[in-house]
Design a protein around this ligand. Structure first.
Ligand code: ATP
Ligand code: MG
Length: 399
């Protein structure tokens, strides 16, 4: 296996990273620049737990990658450490509602956080909730319940569970719980009952997007521990920061760009990470994003995409909205589905356009007026990857 030997040799000799983990999204650094204000405010809100009183509930908003999860974990860690110094431990239940997306799982996780095992199934949610309440009331420690990405739970199951959680204190005599809700969906509160909204939002904390200069600082500090000295070309961090600043100031995206650029350099046996690696990393991330977006789309959108693909093989300019609709109807019927109305399909086209999956542009047809041309803007290869799991679809994509 000469090829493999070469590959290992290249990777070993490249020595780009000192500690790649520092650049991963789940690493919590001990230093979170440009979040001093949010850290202080959250610490202020949580600190009363150290005196045994109930901290206010708090609602944290901000677009993806603005440090909400990292700051919350960081501050909880600090409060906990301070408590330990004084001989008291806090109870913390950190729940990611995207993973635990049923009310049962949330309550079961709350029980586990306070040391009570709950069977995976077999009990009703209200029974588990009753158990939870009776157990926490045996202790006089405060309990922090962090509901990260709480919008996903509410969109799926409604706000009943949140309502119950905000009311639990009425049923407790000794202990007190405080809720930290985190969301990156800024319109999320519209889904909430007014009572839930006001009790959850006793305090509110906003995490604004980072600008390019701030992202540069963040990356520079993370790169110090992550990369070997002198391995980053001059413009690399600046470029990662600039690209991520365009992407709504997302620190996760900035870190991904930097880490993947480093991995590409390593794989290529290059001694230094250059802007070329960053551009390549950007294309890889973009490809993964597109594949994931298409893969999780509803069936009719996939059928529409497939129709656009078929049209684009006939003409690179794509087709008019009328042509697209006719073909979409044919394909939908082939899959045994009742086609959606033209109006609905037109909405779906706009959605694809917004997501960068299709490109719809109005062109003038001289004295015949104007028409809209729609073309697919993702590669055949990405499309095939995205539709791989859908029986009968990937076989319709040309080689
Ligand atoms: N100020 C900062 N300094 C250093 N790293 C940061 C900073 N802010 C965010 N990060 C890093 O960026 C990544 C994304 O941050 P985090 O997971 O906290 O975002 P989020 O706001 O919770 O996003 P989402 O809404 O998608 O969950 C993490 O790796 C985090 O460590
Ligand atoms: Mg988060």
């Amino acid at each position: 296996m000469k090829d493999l030997d070469d590959l290992f040799e290249k990777v070993m000799s490249a020595n780009i990273f000192v500690n790649r983990d520092i650049l991963r999204p789940d690493f919590i650094p001990d230093d979170l620049p440009h979040r001093e204000e949010q850290i202080r405010k959250l610490a202020e809100i949580m600190a009363p737990a150290l005196k045994g009183s109930r901290p206010s509930n708090v609602f944290i908003y901000g677009v993806p990658g603005t440090g909400k999860t990292a700051v919350t974990k960081y501050v909880l860690g600090k409060v906990d450490a301070e408590g330990r110094k004084k001989g008291q431990t806090l109870n913390v239940a950190f729940i990611n509602c995207k993973q635990d997306d049923t009310n049962y799982r949330v309550i079961a996780d709350l029980c586990e956080a306070i040391g009570e095992r709950v069977p995976f199934t077999g009990l009703s949610t209200s029974e588990v909730l009753r158990r939870f309440i009776s157990i926490i009331d045996r202790s006089d420690r405060s309990l922090f319940v962090v509901l990260d990405e709480v919008d996903t739970l509410v969109k799926k199951t409604g706000d009943d569970m949140l309502y119950k959680l905000t009311r639990i204190n009425d049923k407790l005599s000794r202990t007190r719980i405080s809720i930290v809700g985190i969301t990156n969906d800024l319109k999320f509160t519209e889904y909430l009952d007014a009572r839930v909204r006001s009790s959850l939002g006793e305090e509110e904390l906003i995490f604004p997007p980072y600008n390019a200069a701030e992202l540069e600082d963040i990356l520079t500090r993370r790169a110090q521990g992550g990369f070997q000295r002198g391995r980053l070309d001059g413009g690399v961090i600046k470029l990662c920061a600039a690209l991520a600043a365009k992407e709504h100031g997302d620190a996760r995206r900035a870190l991904d760009l930097l880490r993947i650029a480093g991995e590409l350099a390593e794989r290529g046996g290059d001694q230094k990470v250059s802007e070329v690696h960053v551009r390549k990393a950007q294309r890889e991330i973009e490809k993964d994003r597109v594949v994931e977006v298409v893969r999780t789309m509803p069936l009719h959108s996939k059928i529409l995409i497939l129709s656009l693909h078929i049209l684009s093989r006939q003409s690179s300019k794509g087709g008019t909205t009328g042509e697209v609709y006719d073909l979409y109807c044919d394909v939908a019927k082939k899959f045994g589905l009742e086609p959606l109305t033209q109006r609905r399909v037109s909405d779906l086209i706009n959605e694809l356009d917004m997501l960068g999956i299709a490109n719809a542009r109005v062109v003038s047809k001289g004295r015949y007026g104007r028409t809209k041309l729609v073309a697919l803007s993702i590669s055949d290869r990405n499309l095939r990857d995205a539709l791989q799991g859908d029986a009968g679809m990937s076989s319709m994509i040309g080689k």
